[in-house]
Design a protein around this ligand. Sequence first.
Ligand SMILES: [Zn+2]
Length: 81
Amino acid sequence: MSDVVDATHHVPIDCPVCELMMRDARDVAQFYASGCCIDCWIGFLEPLRLRIGDTTYLPNSAEVQAYREKIRIHNLEKEQC
Ligand SMILES: [Zn+2]
C-alpha cells in the first residue's frame, strides 16, 4: 500500500485504508501519524503491528481487503439494529 505512506502532504477526503470519509480533526491527526483514520488505526493497523512485532509494518492489499470486508459487514449489522 504505497499510496498510504506517500500521501503525507495532503489529507484525502476518504481514509485510504477503509475508504470511509474522514470525520473530524482526530481522524486527520491520525492520518498524519499513520496514514489512516482512527478506526483503522485502533481496529486494524495497531493490533496488526503488535501481532507482527513490527511498528512500521504496512498492510498488504489482502489484509486491507479483509479489513474493509469486516467493517462493511459490521456497518450493515449496525444499520439493521
Ligand atoms: Zn479508515
